[in-house]
Design a protein around this ligand. Structure first.
Ligand code: ATP
Length: 437
């Protein structure tokens, strides 16, 4: 879809609602600003994005381990990580129209971008972490909802190292929820207060960090392309020296050309030994690694590819959305990669008032459901059913008709080419397995 089509975000938001991908949270109560629920097809798509990431970064690599740490952590974690002191934005309020802005978004401007008033407050520090009371006595003890999943990995570094007999270099991968009390959430699911991250901490020997930093940038960029994102819509943006945190030795963002402009999908950072050093100091525990080969003990450096599931999912939706004219009619297609499509095949009876056809179609669907995500649908005429399936990215439609009862064959229609093939029922499973491999 041409990115100049400024209606595309509206179309995506509307398709997501209409077809059950993403709903506004608590909608019957009027919604909660910038908070979203993944519906029946959204949850499948999200699982597929996570599975694709997990497969590429844990199952298909022998230098990686997985982890699922708790969201709530010891409050000292956030002292050590620097989040209590530094994880804040500068906030400016307009006293006239009451809108609120991040100082960095105002740049040199001294007027309100909304109403042009110059009646702005001075910038105030605003910590982005959600604080919650823990235990029965309110106001006494607090925990934070984690603003990133990374710290759960650092505090488990030695647990994973020891229990899995690991040697540096190796990495730990984790997917999970993170929370930030963002001042200016928006652009649908791009910036929200509750979101999901996919993060890797890759531990390396100091001196080898630059090499692995470059490798991870290439690998992560490639991952988005392997899953179908067009190369022209992806770019790398290296952070300038003055953008980097004091400890960071380098940081590069992977950006996607969203309809609202180039924006960050993921950041890959070379963090040196900052994180392990801080946790060693604050916890009093030794977090170093002893290399038996060289007889050396050192604190590993860390390369961190850190991305957002929701942002990746939004990019996959935007990038795969297309509109075509077919015989004078509009066809909307989500051309999602086969690994991502929420429904791999739909089984559709041509005549729903013929019980033998319905029964056979359901039987075929049931059989296939052992292997793939398949749906049975008889809620409309065939033309409409095809269109609905195209719009949610279903790869194959299998139609059962009157002839099927005698010749034991079905028609399989391919989403992208719309070509139809007649094949024997007992070959369908093998056919799909080949196509989806
Ligand atoms: P931004 O500059 O857009 O606020 P960031 O640089 O603060 O992002 P990181 O702290 O590097 O983000 O987090 C890693 C990833 O987590 C981001 O690349 C993004 O994909 C995701 N992410 C961060 N904040 C949000 C959010 N509020 N909503 C959705 N995803 C987010």
């Amino acid at each position: 879809m041409a990115k100049t089509d400024n209606k595309i975000m509206e179309k995506i938001v509307s398709l997501c609602k209409r077809r059950g991908f993403i709903f506004p949270s608590s909608e019957i109560y009027g919604g909660l600003a910038s908070t979203w629920d993944y519906g029946p097809l959204g949850v499948e798509l999200k699982r597929n994005v996570k599975d694709a990431w997990w497969k590429a970064n844990v199952h298909q690599r022998f230098d990686m381990e997985g982890l699922d740490a708790a969201i709530l952590m010891h409050p000292d974690v956030w002292k050590a990580s620097g989040h209590i002191e530094n994880f804040s934005d500068l906030l400016v309020d307009c006293r006239d129209c009451k809108k609120r802005f991040k100082k960095e978004d105002l740049a040199e401007q001294s007027n309100c971008p909304n109403c042009k008033s110059d009646n702005l407050t001075k910038p105030r520090e605003f910590n982005l972490m959600f604080k919650a009371p823990i235990g029965p006595v309110e106001d006494e003890e607090y925990v934070y909802l984690r603003p990133e999943t990374a710290q759960g990995i650092f505090v488990n570094f030695v647990n994973v190292l020891d229990s899995r007999h690991r040697k540096v270099p190796f990495g730990i991968a984790q997917i999970g929820k993170a929370y930030r009390n963002e001042i200016t959430p928006g652009n649908f699911t791009f910036r929200t207060r509750e979101f999901e991250q996919m993060e890797i901490e890759y531990f390396v020997k100091p001196g080898e960090d630059e090499k692995f930093y470059k490798e991870w940038i290439d690998e992560r960029f490639d991952w988005y392309m392997r899953l179908g994102i067009k190369k022209d819509n992806l770019r790398l943006r290296e952070h300038a020296k003055d953008e980097l945190a004091h400890y960071a030795r380098g940081c590069t963002d992977i950006e996607y050309n969203f309809p609202f402009g180039w924006s960050e999908l993921e950041g890959i950072a070379n963090r040196g030994d900052f994180d392990l050093k801080q946790h060693a100091e604050f916890s009093g525990k030794d977090l170093s690694f002893f290399d038996v080969k060289t007889n050396q003990r050192f604190l590993p450096f860390v390369i961190e590819p850190s991305g957002g599931i929701d942002r990746a999912l939004l990019a996959f939706l935007v990038d795969s959305y297309r509109e075509e004219q077919v015989k004078g009619k509009l066809r909307v297609v989500l051309g999602l990669d086969k690994a991502l499509s929420p429904i791999k095949a739909a089984v559709l009876p041509l005549l729903k008032n013929r019980p033998e056809i319905v029964e056979l179609a359901k039987k075929i669907a049931k059989g296939l459901s052992r292997k793939i995500v398949v749906r049975y649908d008889d809620t409309a005429a065939i033309g409409k059913l095809y269109r609905r399936q195209d719009e949610v990215g279903t790869l194959y439609c299998i139609t059962v008709d009157v002839d099927t009862l005698t010749d034991k064959q079905v028609t399989i229609r391919d989403r992208d080419s719309m070509q139809q093939e007649r094949i024997a029922i007992d070959r369908v499973e093998e056919y799909l397995e080949e196509k989806l491999a």
